[in-house]
Design a protein around this ligand. Structure first.
Ligand SMILES: [Mn+2]
Length: 401
């Protein structure tokens, strides 16, 4: 009987503070969201039980930080314990590495009397691959590796052959960056598809990327997958999210079913304000664009304004904009440019009160010589702030994040 059923999820980022995000969730909604994300883990456990799964695979970033909220740890101890004897395997990720004082360290938990992981929870704690036989299923082996420090693991962990156990089904799990790496992000435990496929595992449960992705062997067979995060918490986590319900059949074919557990979806829309003469026109366009999303009252809507809009602070959008249609709505105006006619001020500097007319010219020169994109943005913001002050006679923070 070589059929193996599993539930896979990762990158839950439990207890993420969600304070820095442009999503700007107020404290009350933030707490609510944190609890919802916990519930998704509880639901994933119930799913494993309900579907008679042989194992739960969690390839990392279960917690947002290595120092998790102890209440959350106790919650997990309780939920994981509730599905015993179904084994739960965890490979710590870059956000929740295995450290001396991490909740994954059984000895630390015991010493500090914080709790005790139930017997069905297996946490990989070494930064080299280890293989164990699945509890209760001698014909299945699970191989995993842990992130053990705060530094990103640079080694190509799949470059060398990992020995396979003599088992009917071999499962691999880890938390790493698949090529091609997303721009601007340092990779951790880097690998590519060829390296993974050459290892010969029947299936690899991988964490780190927050979007679902599967790895095929080129002949249509699934050999690995990222479940992605099961519940959106950040701006780049748009669209539907899921946990995976998987099955490795006797012929080693892998079937994955995406199961939605989170009730909310994050939508992100861009609204170009160029040519819109006033606030009401902007609101109307936002409502039109928002109408194209699923428009479920549980959802979260992020509105990114772009283009040009008449200068001044007249674009104060109502605080309750679309509030009856979504759980939360956030607007980002940092991409909006004030519609100053800079050419006009360059040609007729006397239009700007109180300066010798070189102001626009000087800042545009500086902008042209800026060392990088960040510096260019700062100089452009300074130029607009100056024009706001000189022409509008007042300042507001509309060009900032
Ligand atoms: Mn990660």
């Amino acid at each position: 009987m070589a059929v193996v059923r599993f539930v896979q999820f990762s990158d839950v980022h439990l207890d993420a503070r969600l304070e820095e995000s442009k999503l700007a969730l107020p404290e009350e909604k933030r707490q609510k969201r944190q609890r919802e994300v916990r519930q998704v883990v509880a639901q994933a456990c119930s799913l494993a039980k309900e579907k008679n799964c042989d194992v739960v695979l969690i390839p990392g970033d279960l917690f947002d930080e290595e120092t998790a909220d102890w209440d959350t740890v106790r919650f997990l101890i309780d939920r994981f314990g509730s599905i015993a004897p179904v084994p739960v395997y965890i490979t710590p990720g870059n956000h929740d590495p295995y450290l001396p004082q991490s909740p994954y360290n059984v000895d630390y938990l015991a010493e500090s009397e914080k709790g005790k992981w139930p017997g069905n929870v297996h946490i990989f704690s070494n930064n080299s691959f280890e293989t164990v036989r699945l509890e209760g299923r001698d014909d299945v082996a699970v191989t995993g590796i842990a992130n053990v420090g705060r530094e990103f693991e640079q080694r190509r962990i799949l470059a060398q052959k990992i020995p396979l156990l003599d088992a009917a089904v071999n499962i691999l799990m880890f938390h790493g960056s698949r090529e091609p790496f997303p721009p601007g992000k340092e990779p951790t435990m880097p690998f590519n598809d060829a390296e993974l496929l050459s290892q010969g595992f029947d299936y690899a449960a991988i964490g780190h990327y927050h979007t679902y992705a599967e790895i095929n062997d080129g002949q249509g067979r699934v050999r690995g997958a990222y479940s992605g995060t099961p519940a959106s918490q950040r701006l780049n986590e748009v669209g539907e999210k899921f946990v995976l319900l998987g099955e490795i059949a006797e012929d080693k074919s892998v079937r994955l079913e995406k199961v939605r557990l989170d009730r909310r979806t994050l939508h992100s829309i861009e609204v170009n304000c160029s040519g819109l003469p006033h606030r009401e026109a902007v609101i109307q366009k936002i409502e039109e664009e928002a109408g194209k999303t699923l428009n479920n009252r549980d959802d979260i809507l992020f509105i990114r304004l772009s283009g040009r809009f008449p200068p001044g602070e007249s674009l104060k959008l109502p605080a309750d904009l679309l509030a009856d249609k979504y759980f939360h709505v956030a607007t980002d105006t940092s991409g909006l440019q004030p519609d100053y006619d800079l050419d006009k001020y360059l040609q007729e500097p006397e239009l700007i009160r109180g300066v010798d007319g070189d102001y626009v010219k000087a800042l545009l020169n500086q902008e042209a010589q800026a060392a990088g994109e960040r510096e260019r943005m700062v100089i452009r913001a300074a130029l607009y702030y100056g024009l706001d002050a000189l022409i509008e006679g007042r300042l507001s923070g509309r060009y900032e994040d």
